[in-house]
Design a protein around this ligand. Sequence first.
Ligand SMILES: [Zn+2]
Length: 338
Amino acid sequence: MRATVLHRPRDIRCEEIADPKILFPTDAIIKLSATCICGSDLWPYRGLQEMNGPMHMGHEYCGIVVEVGGEVRTVRPGQFVVGSFCISDNTCPHCQFGFQSSCVHREFMSGAQAPYARVPLADGTLVPTSDVPSNELIPHFLATSDVLGTGWYAADAANVREGSTVVVVGDGAVGLMGVLAAKEMGAERIIAMSRHKTRQELARGYGATDIVAERGDDGVARVLELTKGVGADAVLECVGTQESMSQALACTRPGGTVGFVGVPHGVTLDGQQLFFGQKRMLGGPAPVRRFLPDLMDRVLKGGIKPGKVFDLELPLAEVADGYRAMDERRAIKVLLRV
Ligand SMILES: [Zn+2]
């Protein structure tokens, strides 16, 4: 099959590789219905993440099961499934506690920017639907696999409640999904921090009530002004830089919570500031598996349209153009047809 391989920074190709096959009796092979490029794929693409040889890219996926190993019990060939970018057994103490992204058997999915992919621990990782969904729903289901699941976790970790005042730091795809999640969870006020017109419009479409274009200290001052000097109950940090994390903490009211899902790069926190600031924090890789049944149900019923976050669609063969478009911020998120 022809699949996506990153050879070295900025050298990404769709090229012939071996078809995936069952390696363990708990594996499944799926035929992708569609796949996509993640903001986190840009870290190795930009040379900001160490590589040990060529990488088979892609960790967001949905599709039809074509083969299962001898020990797989809950999914079978022919079913449409969505799985998390974190492989989990869904039975260990961390999984049972709702933190499947810290599963004792955790692996990170790879090789999904391809026509076929191997999913380890299929029983714990994959969630099937009762029927194969229509093509119009595929982008929305695909979004649940990571970008929506991660935005949802940001809102959940930030303790968004009915009536909450929420700030979302970051207007990438995950930030936009954070806005959607906060709206679904009943937030009354959702302040999206964004400087880009098209992203501001999408944020408003997903439920943002206010837009703050300023950044850094000016952005914090604007949020405090909008909240009568109090700060937000819940802040979703969806970037992972020092500036965004500092901004998120400074926007949070005492006793409020920061949910941080941007993978930190060079972020440090000051102990004294944390002590006197009295802010709660929870973050990390999203336990998408916890949310998948609910999110898939919301997509199926048409209540949410997370797939609107894909603003560029390309055939898999043109994956390199997709990476360039996201790298240059010409696209928010790229869907790849397989
Ligand atoms: Zn587990």
